[in-house]
Ligand binder design. Structure first.
Ligand SMILES: Nc1ncnc2c1ncn2[C@@H]1O[C@H](COP(=O)(O)OP(=O)(O)OP(=O)(O)O)[C@@H](O)[C@H]1O
Length: 251
């Protein structure tokens, strides 16, 4: 029997839905050792949108993977909706992720052998709950009502991004984590993705976006800067410095 608690504490407005405490991630590849995260602590509240920015190699994707339970931190803990997701067997992390978290990974959200519709249905089934939004409505929201039966390889880049977003939202997540969600998109698709992420936050989701995009930073309530695996030590000129609240995080 699984040890994952099923009775999840209901969040209240302003509550921290996603918290990370003192995250460390150590990689060893042959002789080379990298400390990608060096004691990252952060929290994202219900209804809040947080952008994580930082130079290439600063640990942003590693952080997102640890927050999503796709990767295990070497030290520290991640809690989602009151439940610890870190330091559990992979199957339990996957189960918690399917239930509570939407993950938007660049061009990696779709299983290639399933149609767009079936990718959405699979995510809804894996959540273990009745779908709050029918798949047809989700496809309508992302502007793909006519592509339900297409396979991912039959879609354009922008359509893949839209379909991936529908899959990330399929389980009506409490936490939405997006890694460079607007990376190579045209302006229209970028706006659609950002608007939908913002709308999810308005629906009380905790949204965290790893990004290099000034547009994505613009829609965030708060910006966290990662530098060399630590939070809050620098700012960048191309983002809105007035929105950086480095006091919110501990590095
Ligand atoms: N699987 C891995 N094995 C070894 N080192 C890794 C691994 N994944 C990431 N790293 C290293 O960890 C550090 C952080 O990488 P990460 O991909 O998290 O950075 P990032 O900020 O997302 O970069 P970018 O903006 O270029 O995507 C880098 O030094 C990287 O080389």
């Amino acid at each position: 029997m699984s040890s994952v608690p099923d009775a999840v504490r209901a969040p209240f407005p302003g509550e921290e839905v996603l918290t990370a405490r003192e995250l460390y991630r150590f990689y060893r590849a042959g002789e080379e050792e990298t400390l990608a995260l060096r004691g990252v602590s952060l929290s994202v509240g219900r209804g809040e949108t947080v952008a994580v920015v930082g130079p290439s190699g600063s640990g942003k994707s590693t952080l997102l993977s640890c927050l999503a339970g796709l990767d295990e931190p070497s030290g520290g803990e991640v809690h989602v909706n009151g439940v610890r997701i870190s330091h559990r067997p992979e199957t339990e992390r996957a189960r918690l992720r399917a239930r509570h978290i939407g993950v938007l990974l660049q061009a990696r959200n779709l299983l290639p052998h399933l149609s767009v519709r079936d990718n959405i249905l699979l995510a809804q089934h894996a959540s273990g709950r009745r779908p709050a939004i029918p798949w047809q409505e989700l496809l309508g929201q992302v502007g793909l009502p006519a592509r339900a039966h297409a396979l991912p390889r039959q879609l354009s880049g922008g359509e893949v991004a839209r379909a991936g977003l529908a899959v990330a939202l399929a389980n009506t997540p409490a936490v939405l984590l997006a890694d460079e969600p607007t990376g190579e998109l045209d302006g229209g698709t970028e706006q659609l993705v950002l608007t939908m992420l913002r709308d999810r936050a308005a629906d009380d989701c905790a949204v965290l976006i790893v990004t290099h995009s000034a547009e994505a930073v613009r829609i965030a309530d708060r910006v966290i800067t990662l530098t060399d695996g630590r939070t809050g030590s620098t700012s960048t000129a191309d983002i809105r410095p007035e929105r950086q609240e480095q006091g919110h995080v501990r590095g």
